[in-house]
Design a protein around this ligand. Structure first.
Ligand SMILES: [Zn+2]
Length: 464
């Protein structure tokens, strides 16, 4: 009887210790996460940084003066945070320039024309100086080119009008399902003798903004390349309706964009050195370059300032990380991914050990959660942290993609993650003239920064 009593009491003691320890530890996490959210919402710097990037610098296409200004500005701001190290990592980037504003119209009968807002796709060649005027033929995506064949396409302009699917709740899925017509439409249509391509903007909303974005010619010889441009969703609907009434419509467009030699630019990097495991690196980042039409507030000014804010919040709340926390503002995500590629090369050559990398490149909207590219074992651990985020209405923890810039780092044992904000409004602004500062909500941006800082705090505390 005595022995059994002893065993029972020891067991009870163990249970008490277990709950005290884990209860205390979880209480600690709750407390630290609350501090991070409070600091983001009351002492955040991200919104002011974004204001400067957007309104004082503007669109930051790789190789432009604005991209260099953004490098200088973000470096100076990181310098002011009292980090252990801030530096620039050189990288050669492509330089493509839009030139004078593009011009387009369609002609229903000779002399009867309707002007259309248009923008060259990034990387496109120019039209001949006088522009291109030809009959235009509509297709519902790349697949339809083969059905029509050379007979119907030769000598014409091809109009890719596959819309984003409105029934997709995650709008990025709708984007992925039709962005091939923007990226490869010109290359594919040229194989059938097309003279140029016009693409419906990647936008779910009906409005008047043409959206640019990257396109490529693969290995195609320069002489065979045909120009590509986007028109707005309203213009696409109008053109489509007009073509149904009169398939003989002519389309005219003129653009004088140009690709120059590569130029030197930089990834901007800063870090807080880990106190007990400095060799283990936790990366947080976004991309500093943007398209040239708007000022790149959502894509990806927001992700850059949120990533910088993570380090600022650790400083503000007096949190001393065990591991090295590194912010990276990547150059040239939009039209080359050179910054992300260079960063991974240097990390590999220097034998650096990254354990976690988080990218924010889906807009500065209300955070819903994160997606993780990881092993099942690591994901199980991450999922156990989910209840800590629920008070902040952040609940979407799923396996999935991370971010373009951190992709080249991918290797076994490294967990990659992406912030997942609400995606419903993202494509209203993406790569268009209206991707501007006033469309970013201060609190939504700050909640994103706090969510990122909280996740990184947990990774730093528990590791993988
Ligand atoms: Zn982006």
């Amino acid at each position: 009887m005595k022995n059994s009593y002893n065993v029972k009491s020891k067991l009870a003691l163990l249970v008490v210790i277990f709950f005290t320890y884990f209860g205390f530890s979880q209480g600690n996490d709750q407390e630290q996460i609350k501090k991070l959210y409070d600091a983001a919402l009351t002492q955040g710097k991200g919104y002011d940084w974004l204001n400067y990037l957007s309104n004082q610098i503007g669109g930051r296409l790789s190789g432009s003066i604005q991209a260099q200004q953004a490098v200088n500005y973000t470096k100076s701001q990181l310098d002011s945070l009292g980090l252990d190290k801030v530096w620039l990592q050189p990288v050669m980037v492509p330089k493509w320039v839009r030139g004078t504003p593009e011009f387009a119209y369609f002609e229903t009968t000779p002399g009867v024309t309707t002007n259309m807002a248009i923008c060259a796709l990034g990387g496109s060649v120019a039209t001949p100086p006088k522009g291109i005027k030809a009959n235009i033929i509509e297709v519902d995506g790349i697949e339809e080119l083969a059905t029509l064949g050379k007979d119907k396409i030769q000598g014409k302009i091809v109009f890719f009008n596959k819309p984003m699917d409105p029934t997709q709740i995650n709008t990025f899925n709708a984007y992925s399902n039709c962005v091939d017509q923007r990226y490869s439409g010109a290359l594919e249509a040229s194989k059938y003798g097309a003279l140029g391509v016009i693409v419906r903007s990647m936008n779910l909303r009906l409005d008047d903004f043409p959206h640019t974005g990257s396109m490529g010619y693969g290995e195609q010889s320069v002489d065979d390349r045909i120009p590509a441009a986007a028109i707005s969703t309203n213009a696409a609907d109008l053109l489509s309706t007009s073509l149904k009434l009169n398939p003989e419509i002519n389309f005219y467009f003129k653009q004088n964009c140009k690709q120059f030699e590569d130029v030197e630019s930089y990834n901007v990097i800063g870090e807080i050195r880990g106190s007990s495991k400095p060799e283990e690196i936790i990366l947080v980042g976004g991309h500093l370059d943007s398209w040239d039409l708007g000022d790149g507030s959502h894509d990806d000014g927001a992700g850059c300032v949120q990533s910088m804010e993570v380090l600022n919040l650790f400083k503000k709340t007096g949190y001393t990380p065990k591991r090295t926390i590194r912010v990276v503002l990547f150059m040239n995500e939009e039209n080359g991914l050179r910054g992300g590629t260079k960063y991974a090369e240097v990390a590999e050559a220097s034998n650096e050990k990254h354990i976690f990398a988080l990218e924010s490149d889906s807009g500065g909207f209300t955070p819903r959660g994160f997606t993780f590219d990881s092993s099942d074992k690591d994901f199980d651990k991450i999922k156990s942290w989910k209840p800590l985020f629920e008070p902040y209405l952040v609940h979407y923890f799923e396996k999935g993609g991370s971010g373009a810039d951190i992709g080249p780092l991918k290797k076994d044992g490294l967990v990659l993650a992406g912030l997942r904000p609400d995606s419903q409004r993202y494509f209203d602004y993406h790569h268009a003239e209206n991707d501007t500062f006033e469309h970013v909500n201060k609190r939504e941006l700050e909640l994103g920064s706090a969510s990122m800082a909280s996740l990184i705090y947990l990774v730093d505390t528990y590791g993988f």
